[in-house]
Design a protein around this ligand. Structure first.
Ligand SMILES: Nc1ncnc2c1ncn2[C@@H]1O[C@H](COP(=O)(O)OP(=O)(O)OP(=O)(O)O)[C@@H](O)[C@H]1O
Ligand SMILES: [Mg+2]
Length: 334
């Protein structure tokens, strides 16, 4: 038995006979990971989460949560998971505590345990002192945290979060990240989250999969994916010793390719690992008494990774669009 908590095998989802939202998705998530699914609008992220949380069936393929089939054993799967949907789902006319009470009854938490568990979950997301405030007076970030508290009331083994920080301002997003990491420390849990924010995928996840047009195009840690683009490089500017610099760079085994830069005296060397290369290059230059005016390290971003694997840029416009969508939903609920 592998220790995969989530195992996805060749999932396909076709909506209305025409929209191929998932086009053969396979992936494995290990125990205790925060696994991220990064992709632009319409890539198929929510569709995958809905299938894994047994809300909609796949057209074909299979998936298992802790060895239980999402098709054959949907009820068992539901007992193992918690879920925070992309859309705001809290009841805004109730207090935080009342929302929690509703969920704890829904999940069958014994009445003798409810108060303790609710207070515990609320305190984990920093809302205990706001428990008796009506939710329509919460900020977007507080609503999101309440939803996370609801989703963990039943101590799930796997928590699914669909765009947990969508539409929040930077401080609201950071708060969610810090509560999530605290949560991981206090509960043995695996988190599967979707996002179209690159910084979130970069900072919060242990491993991530990039999804585009219903297909997984790359999987790995953020640094593995960045390294695999082969875009790590060192740029040196030396107006008077450029040829010597080039010769020295050429003699180093880890230098893959060298290009002249646009600026006078500039040369860029593509390397396997920029952090290690920069130390070696500086000492080689020093040993050979070659003066340089500047030396800089260039590392790819997840946007570069996205471009390399999906062939497009993960556009910033996506998030603005989404934020508007969420704000509209929230306004309707007030
Ligand atoms: N219920 C549905 N009926 C028909 N088509 C759907 C349905 N839900 C999603 N789709 C389509 O399936 C594709 C994938 O949608 P999905 O919501 O899974 O993407 P997403 O990656 O979650 O996007 P977003 O970033 O906007 O949340 C899109 O083309 C979408 O229009
Ligand atoms: Mg979605």
């Amino acid at each position: 038995m592998s220790n995969n908590v989530i195992s996805v095998r060749n999932l396909v989802k076709v909506y209305d006979k025409v929209t191929r939202a998932l086009d053969g998705v396979s992936l494995d998530v290990e125990e205790g990971e925060i696994f991220g699914l990064l992709g632009p609008n319409g890539a198929g992220k929510t569709t995958l989460v809905r299938i894994l949380t047994t809300q909609i069936p796949p057209t074909s393929g299979e998936a298992f949560i802790l060895g239980k089939s999402i098709i054959e054993e949907a009820e068992r799967v539901r007992e193992l998971i918690g879920y925070v949907p992309q859309e705001i789902s809290v009841m805004t006319d109730l207090t935080g505590y009342e929302n929690m009470l509703f969920y704890s009854k829904l999940y069958g938490v014994p009445s003798s345990e409810r108060k303790r568990r609710i207070e515990n979950a609320l305190s984990l997301v920093g809302l205990l002192d706001k428990a008796n405030i009506v939710v329509k007076n919460y900020s977007g970030g507080m609503m999101r945290r309440l939803e996370i508290a609801q989703a963990i009331i039943n101590y799930p083994k796997v928590l699914f979060l669909d765009e947990p920080t969508i539409g929040l301002d930077p401080s609201g997003r950071k708060a969610i990240w810090s509560y999530l990491s605290q949560l991981m420390e206090e509960h043995e849990m695996t988190i599967f989250m979707t996002t179209h924010y690159m910084d979130e995928a970069d900072m919060v996840t242990d491993r991530l999969a990039i999804i585009n047009l219903g297909k997984i195009v790359a999987v790995g840690t953020s640094s593995e994916l960045k390294r695999s683009t082969k875009l790590e490089s060192i740029t040196i500017i030396s107006k008077f010793h450029k040829e010597e610099v080039k010769n020295l760079l050429n003699s180093l085994p880890f230098v893959k390719q060298i290009y002249d830069g646009k600026e006078e005296g500039s040369v860029t060397a593509y390397v396997e690992n920029a952090e290690e290369a920069v130390i070696e290059i500086i000492s080689t230059l020093k040993e050979n008494n070659v003066d340089v005016e500047s030396l800089s390290m260039n590392k790819p971003t997840l946007d570069d990774v996205f471009l390399a694997y999906a062939g497009t840029k993960l556009e910033e416009t996506t998030s603005a669009l989404e934020a508007r969508k969420v704000r509209r939903t929230m306004q309707r609920m007030r």
